[in-house]
Design a binder for this molecule. Structure first.
Ligand SMILES: *Cc1c(COP(=O)(O)O)cnc(C)c1O
Length: 400
């Protein structure tokens, strides 16, 4: 075992085997082409995609694609440097202005991905000696951000303002929460969380990756959808890779916040700026999302159809209060059960990935169903039929 590659592989092989044994082994299945509702497999089969984040169906819309192609021909395919060197372009400025307008803020700052936006923001605003309260079901990138900042994490019970108030205990710097929880699809009670945060003299940070574009007038997100005053959420994070069907992310807030992040956020400073063609395409997608409310209305109608059907069939779809979202988990229990359900659906041409620990707590493995404005009623009905068949063959194992 003196060969260095063999030595490393020898260390990794048991980890892989452990994951396989636990039903947690994952692979990335390649698809060839996608139209907003369905994809084609490399061997030519059509599968309906019911677990993506392209809620408004903009990822395959020809208009942003046309902007991307046109801009790429004229400007090239990359930014060539970080923003603070020579990578910053008029396309980035235009998108930042549009995102500030969408979210009702003074300014916005682009990041390459939402993961990087979260790391950049939390590490800029908190450090060793600070305490950060976080919802225990926050997205992995927020959890990682608090860890990387070296701040003391204080987890509070999911969407529980009273527990947040106790965890803040007068000493915290930040409270961070998803706006729409990525694996559960429920909306955070933002006015109540804001009140608890203000009481403790801390700052509320909301990652609205799944709310922007989908909820609120013009897709302004969970802040307007919960009736929360934008000033009570001084730091708002969004991604362009979900409802806007594009790539990239941003932070929106006061001019001072954005100026500070430009100086302090290491994931903004030490990385190549997004390509200007990609950024121009994202701007086109944001404009379309704002201007075409029928996409949000259509999505809500499909979600209502799914929920009514699921309730009638007795499927394990959690009850929900608050605004409805396109993320509709079907919680089946063990990782093995989630895989079995997913396979039953796959046999019927429906793709819904099994979400297993550590992405969700043990015993709550699930099919994370999500819909887009491009699905047909018939797609929802086929999904319900397939879920009913899966429930017959693989009973739900109650959570511990
Ligand atoms: C997807 C997601 C992110 C990461 O965004 P990317 O742009 O895909 O890196 C961050 N936060 C939440 C809540 C998400 O769901």
């Amino acid at each position: 075992m003196s060969d260095p590659v063999a030595r490393l592989d020898g260390r990794l092989a048991p980890l892989l085997e452990e994951r396989r044994q636990a039903g947690l082994y994952r692979r990335a299945e390649p698809l060839a082409g996608y139209d907003g509702a369905a994809a084609v497999t490399p061997d030519g089969r059509r599968v309906t995609v019911l677990c993506g984040n392209d809620y408004l169906g903009l990822a395959a819309d020809p208009r942003p694609a046309a902007v991307l192609a046109d801009k790429a021909r004229r400007l090239g395919s990359g930014a060539g440097a970080a923003h603070l060197v020579t990578g910053h372009r008029t396309e980035h400025e235009a998108l930042e202005a549009e995102l500030a307008a969408l979210t009702g803020r003074e300014a916005a700052l682009l990041f390459s991905t939402g993961y990087m936006a979260n790391l950049g923001v939390v590490t800029a605003l908190a450090g060793r000696g600070d305490t950060v309260a976080e919802d225990r079901l926050n997205h992995a990138s927020l959890i990682d951000a608090v860890r990387l900042a070296g701040a003391r994490p204080r987890r509070y019970r999911h969407a529980d303002p009273a527990h947040l108030a106790r965890r803040l205990g007068g000493a915290a710097t930040l409270a961070v929460t998803d706006g729409v929880f990525s694996m559960d699809g429920d909306v955070a009670p933002l006015p109540q969380l804001a009140a608890a945060t203000e009481e403790a003299g801390a700052t509320l940070v909301v990652d609205d990756a799944h709310g922007l574009g989908v909820l609120g007038p013009e897709g302004g997100g969970s802040v307007p959808a919960t009736g929360c005053d934008p000033r009570r959420v001084p730091v708002l994070i969004g991604t362009l890779g979900k409802a806007f069907g594009s790539f990239g992310a941003f932070v929106a807030g006061s001019g001072t916040l954005i100026d500070a992040l430009r100086q302090l956020a290491r994931t903004y400073i030490y990385t190549t700026a997004p390509g200007p063609a990609q950024t121009a395409a994202a701007l086109e997608a944001v404009r379309i999302a704002r201007a075409e409310p029928w996409r949000r209305e259509r999505l809500q109608a499909l979600v209502a159809r799914f929920r009514a059907g699921a309730r009638q069939l007795g499927l394990p779809v959690p009850e929900r209060s608050g605004p409805s979202t396109p993320i509709q988990p079907v919680v089946v229990g063990s990782a093995a059960a989630a895989l079995a359900w997913s396979k039953t659906l796959a046999a019927r041409g429906l793709r819904v990935a099994a979400i297993r620990p550590p992405t969700v707590p043990a015993g709550t493995a699930r099919l994370r169903v999500s819909l887009t404005a491009c699905h047909a009623e018939a797609d929802v009905d086929r999904l319900l039929d397939a879920l009913a068949a899966a429930a017959d063959h693989h009973p739900v194992e109650p959570s511990p």
